[in-house]
Design a protein around this ligand. Structure first.
Ligand code: SF4
Length: 282
């Protein structure tokens, strides 16, 4: 199987189906033997134009293509959930704040002892950020994270009766909480689909799959909310995050093992049966 790009063209559906075979027969049928070289040349130009038009007609957001991607993700990752260990909305909020620029494995190493030491949101609210720093140091960026966690705890106690709010606009008033963290808590704990979690995996893979051309997480989220059915928002995020961990890793994605391979035209694929698109990259 050849590696890299080949001569096949993507169809309108977004699926790789080979060179278009719906060219007008008149454009392919030989003319009389008396045709001049000029006529032959004209015909070649015409065929090339039709092929080129078909290639340009590729729409990465075609509903059929999106539906096929979602179907394959469902088959690959039918029951995935959030990998951060937690037993309450507060614990999930803290774990998500700590997961920035870190790994879930790393965070899960820290949080059991952290929640044993400070079992309630009030216990966190009674701390200074400096007191929390040693407990979260190994997750990286520990000064900012300590400020965010303690600040969020104080605000939840002061303004929300000690309960993590379940409205997006309220969550966004908490220190250190942006839409990604709010979407994790709303989706995974409260089962409310208010948006799509855009973390580093969703960012990278959405671009590779040409579901967005944006780089800004909020714009990526808006793009995904437009093309993914709302009832899929929560599961889709989990599926893409798992796909990013298992196969579509940042460096050297495992394309040869990927069930999405023939739907994916990413520029940085490591193996391909379809044309690769230079702008489809992380
Ligand atoms: S084919 Fe490769 S780049 Fe595309 S989604 Fe799969 S692993 Fe990622």
């Amino acid at each position: 199987m050849p590696r890299g790009s080949n001569t096949r063209q993507p169809a309108r559906s977004g699926r790789q189906e080979g060179v278009p075979h719906n060219l007008p027969s008149s454009s392919l049928r030989p003319k009389s033997r008396a045709s001049s070289d000029q006529k032959t040349s004209d015909r070649k130009t015409k065929v090339a134009a039709v092929v080129s038009k078909a290639a340009k007609g590729y729409n990465p957001l075609a509903p059929g293509r999106i539906a096929e991607i979602l179907k394959r993700l469902d088959e690959l990752y039918p029951d995935v959930t959030c990998a951060l260990t937690h037993t309450s909305a507060w614990e999930l909020l803290v774990a998500t704040i700590l997961s920035a620029q870190s790994t879930d494995v790393n965070v899960n190493r820290v949080t059991p002892e952290l929640f044993r030491k400070y079992p309630t949101v009030e216990a966190f609210a009674a701390l200074t950020p400096e007191q929390l720093e040693p407990d979260v140091r190994s997750t990286g960026f520990f000064r900012n994270k300590s400020k965010s966690v303690v600040g969020a705890a104080k605000k939840i106690v002061a303004d929300f009766g000690g309960q993590v709010p379940l409205e997006m606009e309220d969550l966004l008033t908490l220190p250190g909480v942006a839409r990604k963290t709010a979407n994790v808590v709303l989706g995974s704990w409260f089962k409310k689909a208010e948006g799509v979690v855009v973390d580093t995996h969703v960012h990278r893979i959405s671009r590779r799959l040409e579901l967005t051309t944006n780089n800004d997480p909020q714009k990526i989220e808006q793009d995904l909310m437009r093309i993914i059915p709302r009832e899929k928002w929560i599961l889709f995020s989990h599926q893409i995050i798992w796909h990013g961990r298992k196969l579509c890793i940042a460096r050297k994605p495992k394309c040869v093992d990927c069930p999405l391979e023939n739907l994916c035209h990413a520029a940085d694929k490591t193996w391909s049966t379809v044309e690769m698109h230079k702008n489809a990259k992380a």
